[in-house]
Write a protein that binds this ligand. Structure first.
Ligand code: ATP
Ligand code: MG
Ligand code: MG
Ligand code: MG
Length: 569
């Protein structure tokens, strides 16, 4: 590529509306432009990086046995009514009507669509397991779009969905996806950690997130200093060092008023993330057949005695259940003996189509149907207040029982999840099993934030001059900079020849053939983060040499012209 024929669109000034470095640099490097709130156009340099990320993701997905499909972004409301999410998802779900007044949504995710597809295509256990993926645009009407493409409303995700006969097969694919994700993030050259995700709130299902470690991360990750334990503390906001620790009881009382509002407002009041609420709502939606009562759960960690409390089934079928001791609760939570499992603190709310209202509090284990009612917080569980969760601090004992916690900030770039039968049951997606009987399929889902990765990579790879791309996703591998080419035929010829040779060798080269001062060219190439620069100058040509500069290390060496192509490859 020649800059004269390219759209470089670099900007010197630091944009005033960008808060974090990746957003600033993506604007300055001419990668993206804002169209509206949380919506961005990608310029050529942005597209190049995006495509490289996608390619690595595709290769690893294909290698792991997943098959590519492409599903519509616009989805009919009927499917979301069938799954129940039409009623349980908050304002993040963008709804609209067509000319016939039929309801639609813009896909924030594709569980419904894929389950609908698979229930029509797959009839026999012999066709399983099946893992389908796509790379596609999602739309989520985020409460707080910010940080450029990091938290956009329209963004690109790779989402995969696997279908199985039984848990063992799901576990196998889940493990394969876990490895594929590690391969992806290794190849991308990112410093990342797989962490246990907020599975406590959703019935002991297995879930892992992949986080790129960066100060600007919206999530807080707790690691044990002496084991592999790593988990997302979804209550990241409260870990901000500034400000007072909020009083738990107060927060609960404030919420304990009728008409507390929408899920977003409840989440804001409780200072938990919207997704904690939304995920829990979705999971617990099953508990109620009327589709009206929902629960919001917060995850508490710790030990407590629930002996005295009365439990009942959520669906209203009176079935009082006495928890004998904490062990039983741990068993329900799926926590190992001796460890302290996550225990849910649930708030019962009544949902209608437009708003979610608060009724009363429920507390219990994180398993559908097992919850305690009539709890008086201060009286019954004084040591388990919301503040406890938010106040996890570095140095606390690790819940895994080994070592103490280290806390770092992370950017969620991937999320894998064992869905079980949540969607397949709701959408009646089954196959005939070996005995010829109808059996509901078991599902997993696996997301990668393709566009978010681009921003996350910049958060980890930049300096005061601009972006420093890892080789694997750089928009160009090599910047070819001739010094005063327009005054020297020799320089023009040698640069042109190198350009042809490198291009023929399959190297992505940006040949800066503009009539610009060398300083301007260097600054632009550093800003857009090209990893390798070749400078063709009059004096070095006398020795048949050019200068090579490494963007990351700053190292400069002289190369014989004849060896440039082999050295670069
Ligand atoms: P978050 O907690 O950041 O809101 P999420 O848990 O809602 O993310 P998932 O439903 O797990 O997101 O989606 C899979 C992946 O899609 C995420 O791991 C993330 O990388 C990416 N993603 C989610 N929301 C956004 C967004 N608004 N902008 C860009 N990428 C996103
Ligand atoms: Mg999340
Ligand atoms: Mg979210
Ligand atoms: Mg997630």
């Amino acid at each position: 590529m020649r800059t004269s024929q390219y759209l470089l669109s670099t900007v010197k000034e630091t944009p005033s509306d960008a808060e974090i470095i990746s957003h600033k640099l993506m604007l300055r490097a001419g990668m993206i432009r804002r169209l509206g709130t949380g919506m961005f156009s990608y310029l050529p340099t942005g597209v190049r990086v995006l495509r490289k990320v996608e390619e690595i993701v595709r290769q690893e997905m294909n290698k792991a046995g997943a098959i590519e499909v492409l599903l519509p972004m616009v989805q009919p409301a009927e499917l979301w009514q069938e799954s129940g999410r039409w009623h349980t998802m908050d304002a993040e779900l963008l709804r609209f009507k067509d000319r016939h007044q039929r309801d639609y949504i813009l896909g924030p995710t594709h569980e419904e669509v894929i389950t609908d597809l698979v229930r029509r295509e797959i009839t026999s256990y012999k066709q399983l397991p099946l893992n389908l993926y796509q790379v596609q645009t999602k739309f989520r009407d985020e409460r707080r779009p910010r940080f450029g493409v990091m938290r956009a409303r329209e963004f690109i995700m790779k989402d995969a969905y696997s279908f199985h006969l039984g848990q063992a097969s799901l576990q196998q694919t889940y493990d394969a996806m876990y490895s594929a994700y590690c391969n992806i993030f290794n190849r991308l050259g990112l410093d990342y950690r797989p962490v246990q995700a907020d599975s406590g709130a959703i019935g002991g299902s297995v879930s892992h997130e992949f986080h790129v470690l960066a100060e600007s991360g919206e999530d807080a990750i707790a690691f044990s200093d002496s084991s592999d334990y790593a988990a997302n503390i979804e209550m990241a906001e409260a870990l901000e060092p500034k400000g007072e620790r909020p009083a738990a009881t107060k927060a609960l009382c404030e919420v304990a008023t009728p008409d507390a509002g929408t899920v977003s407002e409840v989440a804001a009041l409780l200072q938990v993330s919207n997704s904690t609420i939304a995920k829990t709502l979705f999971v617990l939606a099953e508990a109620d057949e009327q589709g009206k009562q929902q629960l919001v759960a917060l995850v508490l960690r710790g030990d407590h005695d629930l002996n005295e409390l009365k439990a009942e089934k959520l669906d209203g079928i009176a079935s009082p259940l006495q928890f004998a001791n904490d062990e039983q609760i741990r068993a329900l939570c799926g926590a190992g003996a001796g460890s302290v499992g996550p225990v849910g603190l649930n708030i019962k709310i009544i949902a209608d189509r437009s708003a979610v209202h608060m009724a009363d509090f429920v507390v219990g284990a994180n398993k559908d149907g097992y919850h305690l009612t009539g709890v008086n917080w201060e009286r019954d569980i004084p040591q388990y207040q919301v503040a406890d969760i938010r106040n996890i601090v570095a140095g606390d004992p690790s819940p895994c029982g080994f070592g103490n916690l280290i806390i770092k900030r992370g950017i969620e770039v991937g999320h894998i999840f064992q869905l079980g039968e949540k969607y397949s049951k709701a959408l009646k997606a089954g196959v005939l099993n070996e005995e010829g009987k109808h059996q509901t399929m078991t599902m997993g889902c696996y997301g990668v934030g393709v566009s978010r990765i681009v921003a996350a990579a910049i958060e980890q790879n930049h300096d005061e001059y601009g972006i420093i791309w890892p080789d694997a996703i750089a928009p160009f591998q090599v910047a070819l900079i001739p010094m005063n080419m327009h005054k020297s035929v020799r320089i023009a010829e040698v640069t042109e020849q190198l350009y042809q040779q490198l291009t023929a060798a399959g190297v992505d080269v940006l040949f800066d053939d503009r009539r610009e001062r060398p300083g301007v060219m260097f600054a632009d190439m550093e800003l857009i983060g090209v990893p390798h620069t070749i400078v063709v100058g009059e004096r070095n040509l006398d020795n048949q040499q050019v200068e090579y500069k490494n963007r990351r290390t700053g190292e400069k060496v002289m190369l014989d012209i004849a060896t440039v192509v082999t050295e670069i490859q």
